[in-house]
Design a protein around this ligand. Structure first.
Ligand code: FEO
Length: 407
């Protein structure tokens, strides 16, 4: 666990977690951090907890000792967000201390009781409420509903102007020693930028309209440092992550980088050969291509790449009169994530009947995805030279349509 004093009597503890599926489903090639904060005045508050996935916080207690705080000194537990990656340690904490006050929003109170029992002291806070801790430390509370659950809020320390944002402005990626934006090497900056896209797309995309509102609210505060619950801290240029998050909300509604993600699945190679042809056309046009073969690509990579790309190609054969199931599953997941208005092309091989396209349209309609497709190209068996020519023409149209969506 990393321990760092952010400023006088405000500390961060961060634990790296690797080899896990985040939310039990998202593969994390670079892991994730769990960040927790202590604000020490005459009274002491802990903002979000740090636990391992098994909920054992002994390491937190040990490291508190290094700054002369015992768990018994904690007066307030600020719950910015009730999801158990941040709150799960309370179950253990209440076994060793029974006189602390939980600070949460109105919507957080019933959740605290549902998860951790109705025998806890809870103080409900509204927008702008404040809590003086003494010695010049004061916290104010600002609900940002649905980033990521309905009860979420951010907490602001008025003297240091540090904003504790929990899931908001978070990123995946473990941290070694460089926790601040100004300490990063160029490679680390690049990694955390990519991992913040992965984090946003995997965890927050569904709530992009609420993230937009939260961005507006946080911009009203005079922020010197952004201290999220996952990933690095931003003190040199807090505005950078705010701007990045603004961009990500646009990725969720059809904008993207000059990249085409090809989600493809092929049973016996006919669709695969058409994919290879499409890849060459795109590369010759100077477009970055993300090839994701299903069912081998991870759910996390599928969502991240499609989210970031201005263009998408769905290439899937027909299977039992419907779309090759792993590709259908991927589109279904993108629908659940509310990734809308992408520019797209479908092509694929069929034997008896081109049912994949019909299946695709059903999924798109079901989730009201509003993707804008150029003409699909279905081909029986192997794609003929004429069919490949059609694919080329439709790719060129796709690239034209992407022009207005590039960020
Ligand atoms: Fe990091 Fe929504 O929990």
């Amino acid at each position: 666990m990393i321990k760092k004093e952010l400023t006088n009597d405000i500390y961060m503890f961060s634990m790296n977690l690797e080899d896990l599926l985040f939310e039990s489903m998202w593969e994390l090639p670079h892991g994730v951090t769990m960040n927790s904060y202590i604000v020490k005045g005459e009274k002491t508050a802990i903002i979000d907890g740090v636990i391992g996935w098994n909920g054992v916080p002994e390491t937190l207690y040990e490291i508190l000792g290094e700054i002369d705080i015992s768990p018994d000194d904690i007066d307030y537990v600020v719950i910015n967000h009730m999801e158990p990656d941040h709150s799960g340690w309370i179950e253990d904490f209440k076994q060793i201390k029974d006189d602390f006050t939980i600070i949460t929003t109105e919507k957080g109170k019933p959740l605290v009781e549902a998860f951790y029992g109705d025998d806890l002291t809870i103080k409900v806070v509204q927008e702008g409420d404040s809590l003086a801790l003494g010695n010049g430390k004061e916290l104010t509370f600002h609900p940002i509903p649905n980033v990521h659950w309905p009860e979420t809020m951010v907490t602001y320390e008025t003297t240091s102007k540090i904003l504790f944002t929990c899931d908001m402005y978070g990123a995946f990626g473990t941290i070694d020693q460089h926790i601040f934006d100004d300490e990063m090497t160029p490679e680390e900056t690049q990694l955390y930028e990519a991992e913040s896209v992965r984090y946003f797309s995997n965890v927050l995309t569904t709530f992009s309209p609420m993230v937009k509102r939260a961005i507006t609210k946080t911009k009203e505060l005079d922020i010197k440092m952004i201290a999220p619950g996952h990933g690095p801290l931003y003190r040199d240029n807090p505005n950078k992550i705010i701007e990045d998050y603004t961009t990500y909300t646009k990725y969720a509604s059809g904008f993207g980088k000059k990249e085409v993600t090809i989600l493809w699945g092929s049973m016996y190679g006919s669709t695969k050969r058409a994919v290879e042809y499409a890849e060459k056309i795109l590369k010759d046009a100077g477009v970055k291509v993300n090839l994701l073969r299903l069912p081998y690509a991870t759910e996390s990579d599928i969502v991240t790449n499609v989210f970031r790309s201005a263009g998408v190609i769905i290439a899937a054969s027909t299977y039992e009169y419907r779309m090759f199931p792993p590709v259908a599953h991927a589109i279904d997941e993108l629908g659940r994530k509310k990734i809308t208005n992408k520019q797209a092309l479908y092509f694929g091989s069929y034997g008896w009947n081109p049912g994949a396209e019909r299946d695709l349209n059903n999924i798109l309609d079901n989730y009201r995805m509003k993707w804008q497709f150029v003409e699909p190209v279905n081909f029986a068996g192997e794609a003929t030279p004429d069919k490949l020519k059609e694919i080329k023409q439709q790719i060129n149209l796709l690239l034209e349509n992407m022009q207005e969506k590039l960020l």
